[in-house]
Design a protein around this ligand. Structure first.
Ligand SMILES: [Zn+2]
Length: 67
């Protein structure tokens, strides 16, 4: 249903098992990225890429687990 912006298979959340976590994007956000983040399609990470090991954020409202 949700076409991935990035074409990768998204893993299930290891914490709660929810599917289709939001990808976390690092670096300077483009206008498109900011819009996508507002719409909840992606999560903006820090501009500093040192935290870029976490690639996904769970959609679960009470989970929001990053992995
Ligand atoms: Zn979760």
């Amino acid at each position: 249903m949700s076409e991935s912006l990035f074409g990768d298979e998204s893993p299930d959340c290891p914490q709660c098992g929810a599917q289709e976590p939001r990808p976390i994007l690092y670096g300077i956000a483009s206008e498109e990225m900011v819009t996508a983040a507002r719409l909840g399609h992606i999560v903006l990470g820090s501009e500093d890429a040192t935290d870029a090991r976490r690639l996904w954020q769970c959609r679960g409202l009470e989970c929001n687990y990053r992995f």
